[in-house]
Ligand binder design. Structure first.
Ligand code: NAD
Length: 481
């Protein structure tokens, strides 16, 4: 990915970050198991501060992008955070309890428990596409689990990153939550820190660098990465519903969404009518793309150029391109706006079929049967999300059980991500580990196994020296197991 050359803003040397981490760790070690009352207060003040600065966040994000509707920021960032905090406030006290675990017969009357413990200091590296949500959602999990946290937001959204630093700095001390702003140099120093756990959200290529840096300190990593998320439209699908929901999923944030439907698989005979319908739907959502306050700009010139390059490459290799709306091309370029663009007659050698698109370009691939679609999905890298549209239950179950993806929405796109009761994460090249809700609590906790021996334990029968009595005992145990 081409990077824009942004001036490193923070003093941000490894030494500064080291000293913040040392302070956080010392504070944690002096207070390793914050009670529910403290965690609750942290979550509450986080929610309050974000709500109080909501408009500033909307403005900063819009300015960082060039334009993003305040409503879109509410839908995809503020409400998601509010939902995450409410859910954590409702359930964390329960998640914090020690859990009784079964004890196998041969070890009874001893007993087993699992005690969740905070890990210590969590490192959070976040991307630019949902710059508030993807910094704060991991923070909710980290704080709920009783940790301290350091956050490195993206250099592509400098206004938001500065604002986040300022707002969190007013409610947390440096040894509780710290935001390190800056570019790749800071990010690189940050990822080399010996955190107790690191969560990285970003591209698969940078994820590999971060995982390698973490491995040097044996820092466990949750990697929330990207990829090409397929959408399969079955012949049993309600086409109007599918068209509207795919258009919405693809055009939210102008397709700059990790779980945006990347491409569509559907029978060849339906591709033309689908293309007409989705172009029409996009035009009804956005009567113009240029100058429209509701439509998000592409984050940076480099990403705009990358999308144009994907289209040019596809066109040169024989794809058919259809662009929604009839906006002036120069105006679109000036505002870094890309209308929904449907790309048909694609071939595997096109870059658009190889790279994560991360923009409002929608390739459609002809696929006649469910088996063909599943074969296509399974022969590519495991995606972050998979979408299936249809009413045929047996086909639905087949797709669910026989394809592997981070998550799935059925007859919808993207909404599985905001469900706090199911894990969110990728698999293989789209990520490792998961968070949200209880899954986040467990990710940021050490689930400590505790065995408590009984005073009636018969373990002494296995002490040396080994005698006939020991062998008799072992024979008995073999029978029970
Ligand atoms: P990116 O990988 O370029 O950057 C993400 C973060 O990594 C930024 O904070 C950046 O400063 C930092 N970084 C950059 N170089 C680094 C280095 N050498 N060492 C350590 N950190 C470094 O990603 P992006 O362009 O900001 O975001 C887009 C990507 O993120 C897409 O691939 C998208 O699919 C993915 N994404 C995934 C999720 C998810 O939840 N799975 C969510 C949003 C975005």
């Amino acid at each position: 990915m081409v990077r824009i050359d942004l001036k490193e803003k923070e003093a941000g040397t490894g030494t500064d970050l080291d000293s913040v981490l040392a302070k956080q760790r010392a504070a944690f070690n002096a207070h390793t198991n914050p009670p529910w009352s403290e965690r609750k207060a942290n979550l509450q003040k986080l929610g309050k501060a974000i709500e109080e600065h909501a408009e500033e966040f909307q403005k900063a994000i819009s300015e960082d992008f060039g334009n993003r509707a305040y409503e879109e920021t509410t839908i995809a960032e503020l409400l998601v955070i509010k939902g995450g905090i409410s859910h954590a406030l409702k359930h964390t006290k329960h998640w914090m309890r020690a859990r009784r675990a079964p004890t196998a017969l041969q070890y009874k009357p001893a007993s087993n428990r699992i005690i969740p413990q905070p890990l210590g200091v969590i490192g959070i590296i976040s991307p630019w596409n949902y710059p508030l949500q993807l910094a704060v959602m991991p923070l909710i999990g980290a704080l709920g689990a009783g940790n301290r946290a350091m956050i490195k937001p993206s250099e592509y959204t400098p206004r938001l990153s500065d604002l986040l630093k300022r707002v969190l700095g007013t409610i947390f001390t440096e040894d509780e939550v710290y935001v390190a702003t800056g570019g790749v140099k800071v990010a690189s120093a940050f990822s080399a820190l010996p955190f107790d756990h690191m969560i990285f959200t970003g591209s698969t290529s940078v994820g590999k660098i971060v995982a390698a840096a973490a491995a040097k300190n044996l820092v466990p990593c949750t990697l929330e990465l990207g990829g090409k998320s397929p959408t399969i439209i079955d012949e049993s699908a309600n086409m109007d519903t599918a068209v509207a929901r795919i258009a919405n999923g693809k055009l939210l944030n102008a397709g700059q969404t990790c779980v945006a439907p990347d491409y569509v698989l559907m029978p060849a005979e339906k591709i033309n009518s689908f293309s007409d319908a989705i172009i029409e739907k996009a035009e009804s959502f956005y009567p113009t793309f240029a100058g429209n306050k509701d439509y998000t700009s592409i984050i940076a010139d480099s990403h705009y150029a990358r999308l144009q390059d994907l289209l040019e490459d596809a066109e040169n290799k024989g794809a058919r391109i259809r662009v929604a709306g009839d906006d002036d091309k120069q105006q679109l370029a000036k505002e870094r706006r890309v209308p929904l663009t449907v790309v048909t007659e694609t071939t595997p050698d096109m870059k658009i079929m190889q790279e994560e698109i991360f923009g409002p370009l929608l390739p459609v691939v002809a696929s006649e049967t469910l088996e063909d679609s599943m074969q296509y999905v399974q022969s590519h890298e495991r995606p972050l999300a998979l979408y299936w549209f249809g009413e045929d239950k047996s086909k639905r179950e087949k797709v669910l059980t026989e394809t592997i993806s981070g998550g799935v929405s059925i007859n919808e796109t993207a909404w599985h991500v905001v469900q706090e009761d199911i894990p969110f994460g990728g698999v293989g090249p789209s990520g490792m580990g998961a968070y949200h809700g209880e899954h986040g609590f467990e990710t940021f906790s050490h689930m400590k196994g505790v065995f408590t021996q009984s005073r009636f334990s018969q373990g002494k029968n296995l002490f040396p020296p080994y005698t006939d009595k020991t062998r008799k005992m072992l024979g008995l145990m073999k029978k029970i197991l």
